[in-house]
Design a protein around this ligand. Structure first.
Ligand code: 5GP
Ligand code: ZN
Length: 114
């Protein structure tokens, strides 16, 4: 699934709106529509890959650039402290099959101290 079929391709291309936090030529960070923490930002590459494993195999430098963006966003919004979650597969909770890292920060983090 990609292009017109993919909600995150639509957001990263600007075809549908989102609350953008930071964007570069290759990556867009935007707020999750249903936040589960004080800070809940999705770090999404413009390239379509189904999940983080596929992305890491196809373009590891892009995954490294996503980590750098996560660090910048967290520095600005939650003192540089955050969780970065990649749900991978439907039984792990993945519902959008365009790779995205959930940046979670602030005082109320889900999953306790896990
Ligand atoms: P997943 O369940 O695949 O790990 O995460 C998908 C995330 O995308 C969910 O947390 C969901 O709230 C978010 N999401 C789904 N559709 C939209 C949308 O149209 N806009 C934004 N900003 N977030 C979305
Ligand atoms: Zn996509």
């Amino acid at each position: 699934m990609s292009g017109n079929d993919c909600i995150f391709c639509a957001i990263t291309s600007g075809a549908i709106p989102a609350e953008i936090v930071e964007s570069t030529d290759t990556i867009v960070a935007f707020r999750d529509i249903a936040p589960k923490a004080d800070v809940h930002v999705l770090i999404v590459p413009r390239e379509h890959h189904a999940n983080v494993v596929d992305l890491a195999a196809a373009n590891p430098a892009l995954l490294a650039d996503m980590a750098a963006m996560a660090g910048r966003v967290a520095d600005a919004q939650c003192n540089g402290e955050f969780r970065w979650v990649f749900n991978t597969g439907p039984r792990a909770g993945q519902s959008v099959f365009h790779v995205h890292g959930h940046l979670l920060g602030g005082s109320e983090l889900p999953w306790g101290d896990a």
